[in-house]
Design a protein around this ligand. Structure first.
Ligand SMILES: Cc1cc2nc3c(=O)[nH]c(=O)nc-3n(C[C@H](O)[C@H](O)[C@H](O)COP(=O)(O)OP(=O)(O)OC[C@H]3O[C@@H](n4cnc5c(N)ncnc54)[C@H](O)[C@@H]3O)c2cc1C
Length: 463
């Protein structure tokens, strides 16, 4: 008889595991509260990148004049402003997210996966009880995957009201452009929203508790980004820790721990995420969580309880949809006896979707500086790239790290428009242990931004 896999949570960690399990012949049930696709599709990743698609267009338009394009109004006068219709943008965002969720549901259905809409809770002896609109159903499993994701962190002193004090899940209900937006938090999510709304023509203040934006990213990359954002008019408040956010009428006030205040019309809280692991029955099932509530897993997604795996944001391993999906697949390859390699975080490429984008893979400058790995580093500004000049791109660079002895590429950073696409050759080099010479020898198109990836690799040639 086929193994029965029960997956709690239908985000990328859950639905990708479901596809693999179905492909390997298991009977699969996914229990999900909010609709398959999870937060990734419904509130986080897909909606924010759809919003950013509009902001990218606005950024491109802002350089139109330099490239010789003028806009005129219907009377032939020069148009000086381009405005965004936020209600239409947000309607498109929500529709696209719903469509994507429906596509995922249809694919799961084609694979024969059963989706139960309800809240799952683990019970004893590999059981999951789903509470649905029709009552309770207890499912007996051979293996369980916990993939319940995470939710925006809020504070008692900064409570979202869904109107003017917003989590990142609530911004798509805005129908009018905020007059003055304050974004609290300068990690990836805060930086992405601040950059996107700035491009939409909104007055943005970014409140950062650290001395620079994106404290977790490559320092050269965040310096470029901060420089671009401030040049484009963003008010970046470094070393400014938020104490509270309050609202009076149409005014939102952020009070900082040093007593200063910042006022605006709206505030987005980007204070990190908390795992959805409370009241899941994890303790009774023998699953260990850490102090932050994240499920502890090994590199093949096993928890401390036999037959129970966990994937995605609820594990806190690396909060990316791509990593969640891979953890879910690995869990199923492992349990169902297929070939499996443990998760290797040094091969994960990731991107910050700001303008310009920041993409990274492999070992970082921080690790090199801290002596965790010996590596040669080269950093090549994009300003010298012919295609960049043609497109009016002045900010950004390609940085590569390779081992001094062998020349094997172990990491890289790209700061550029569409860096998320340009990082792929570096990602292949890291994943396949290619040398800088091998990366340099592959033809690139002339003129192209990727020419700078090959050029940086050429500069690492050892004589
Ligand atoms: C604003 C933002 C932008 C992002 N952009 C990107 C990006 O561009 N690229 C990227 O790789 N990552 C991005 N991420 C991260 C990405 O969204 C997450 O890493 C990803 O959603 C994790 O997937 P998951 O399967 O672990 O959980 P989720 O996608 O959160 O899905 C979990 C699902 O489980 C359900 N659930 C929870 N508890 C239960 C229960 N008890 N029973 C049943 N169901 C339950 C939830 O309702 C949800 O549907 C972004 C995150 C944010 C906040």
């Amino acid at each position: 008889m086929a193994d029965h896999i029960v997956i709690v949570g239908g985000g990328p960690g859950g639905y990708e595991a479901a596809h693999v399990a179905a492909q390997l012949g298991a009977e699969v049930t996914v229990v999900d509260t909010d609709g398959v696709g999870g937060s990734a599709v419904l509130t986080d990743c897909v909606p924010s990148k759809t919003l950013i698609a509009t902001s990218e267009l606005m950024t491109d338009m802002s350089s139109a004049q330099e490239l010789g394009v003028n806009f005129h109004d219907h009377q032939g006068d020069a148009a000086t402003t381009i405005t965004v219709d936020l209600a239409r943008v947000n309607a498109r965002v929500k529709q696209l997210a719903a469509d994507q969720s429906a596509d995922i549901a249809a694919r799961l259905d084609r694979d024969g996966v059963r989706v139960v809409t309800g809240r799952g809770r683990l019970g004893p002896d590999l059981t999951v009880t789903a509470t649905t609109a029709d009552g309770e159903e207890t499912l007996q499993a051979d293996a369980i995957i916990v993939a319940t994701g995470a939710a925006p962190r809020t504070l008692p002193s900064a409570k979202p009201d869904g109107e003017r004090i917003l989590t990142w899940e609530q911004v798509y209900d805005l129908t009018e452009v905020p007059e003055k937006l304050i974004v609290v938090g300068s990690g990836v999510t805060g930086a992405e929203f601040a950059s996107a709304y700035l491009s939409l023509g909104i007055d943005v203040t970014l409140v950062s508790s650290r001395d620079r934006v994106l404290p977790g990213e490559d320092a050269d990359a965040s310096a470029v980004l901060e420089d671009v954002l401030t040049r484009r008019g963003m008010n970046v408040l470094g070393q400014s820790r938020m104490q509270s956010v309050t609202r009076e009428g149409d005014t939102v006030t952020v009070t900082l721990t040093d007593g200063r205040t910042v006022s605006g019309s709206h505030c987005i809280l980007a204070l990190g995420s908390v795992p959805n692991t409370a009241d899941l029955g994890l303790e009774d099932a023998g699953v260990t969580v850490d102090d932050g509530g994240f499920v502890k897993v090994d590199r093949v997604s096993r928890t401390s309880a036999r037959g129970i795996y966990a994937a995605g944001d609820c594990t806190g391993v690396l909060m990316l949809a791509s990593v969640a999906a891979m953890q879910g697949r690995i869990a199923m390859w492992h349990f169902l006896g297929d070939a499996v390699s443990p998760l290797d975080l040094k091969k994960v490429s990731s991107n910050v979707f700001t303008s310009p984008e920041i993409a990274t893979v492999g070992w970082s400058q921080n690790a090199v500086d801290a002596g965790e790995i010996r590596a040669q580093v080269v950093m090549l500004p994009l300003a010298g790239n012919a295609r960049a000049k043609m497109q009016g791109v002045r900010d950004g660079f390609v940085k590569l790290f390779c081992r001094p002895g062998t020349g094997i590429v172990v990491g890289g950073v790209v700061v550029a428009p569409r860096a998320s696409e340009l990082i792929h050759p570096v990602s292949i080099a890291v994943s396949e242990s290619l040398t800088a010479d091998q990366l340099a020898q592959a033809f690139t198109v002339y003129p192209s931004m990727s020419g700078s990836v090959a050029e940086a690799a050429r500069r690492l040639h050892r004589v």
